[in-house]
Design a protein around this ligand. Sequence first.
Ligand SMILES: Cc1ncc(COP(=O)(O)O)c(C=O)c1O
Length: 403
Amino acid sequence: MSVAQASSEVLAVHGGPPVRETLLPYGRQSIDDSDIQAVVETLRSDWLTTGPKVAEFEEALAAWVGAKYAVSFSSGTAALHAAAFAAGLQPGDEAITSPLTFAATANCVLYQGATPVFADVLEDTLNLDPDLVAARINAHTKAILPVDYAGHPADLNSFLQLAERHGLIVIEDACHALGAEYRGRRVGSLAHMTVFSFHPVKHLTTGEGGMVTTDNPAFAETLRCFRNHGISSDARRRQSAGQWHYEMVLLGFNYRLTDIACALGLQQLKKLVANLERRRQIATRYATELRNIAGVLPPHTRADVNPAWHLYPIRLDLPRLSAGRGEIFKALRAENIGVNVHYIPVHRHLYYRDRFGYHGGECPVAEAAYECLISLPMFHGMSDGDLADVILALGKVLAHFER
Ligand SMILES: Cc1ncc(COP(=O)(O)O)c(C=O)c1O
């Protein structure tokens, strides 16, 4: 079916035939036989939890992003918590972050008893605005937590300069951005600490899992200790050398990633370059096709980055459409296109409203963007046919609602 033919069809939401028979999700993992084999081998080995695969995966990921150290965690959220701890966040401190993110970015500050402060995002990339961050720095500020929204790196140089000037720590939430490049360098080697997630919709998966990369040996040591109940790894080494004594030196958690998960991660890492390439192909194709569809604005890419395209968030040009985002979202879902919305701004969640008294209007750019954002399906396992279905459905739905 051509876009022109599809446009004249009755929308599925109005009882017409859907563009697809089955739902295309917005993201999903790709697991092949080599992944299964790697996991099975580990299941048959002597190690299920912390064994040789953990260090192997950490070393391989550190080398891949160009960082000195990588410390694995049971999730991206646990990794964020550990980074907030290693940065020394405590009650009375503030960390400035983006409202347009998954709640975990700000929650990790709360886990430490510190206060997240939201600065608004830039209109083009929807990443944290460095000027607004600068305006919010005060004597309590200890960290800046930029988010690489959708896989587009935040303006790291500006944040690192601010950090240098004010003695702050930059924790980059790169849960969307494994493989993204900023000014020719891979994300993971730039901020004081960089956090990744290996949730199934990400570029590489371990089921659940996360990692912090850093060049700072003291941060790396604290991160390792924190993920293992606060037991110092020095003491662990002494113990394995034949001494029974070990020391818990801080209040940590069990945030360890298993050998099983790391075996999967190592195997997935081998396919990361190809996965990124495919995501970039899909993004290019979307950008080309969206030029022919009225009422939609593709995501903006700045000249000094190469995004990793975790998400493909479009903005609806609502004044050109006779329906709101909710209606268009529903119509696309009825066509079996698994669109999603990223994100409800964090300060608009009930918990944050109740606790901090946010009533809306605090971050107008993020709030306005949220009203018109829709994430199109984006994952490396998407076929050209899947991609064509998304374009067809989007053209069909928006043509119907064009003013
Ligand atoms: C920006 C961002 N930060 C943090 C996380 C938390 O990662 P995880 O789901 O691995 O805990 C996510 C998860 O999707 C995320 O998108």
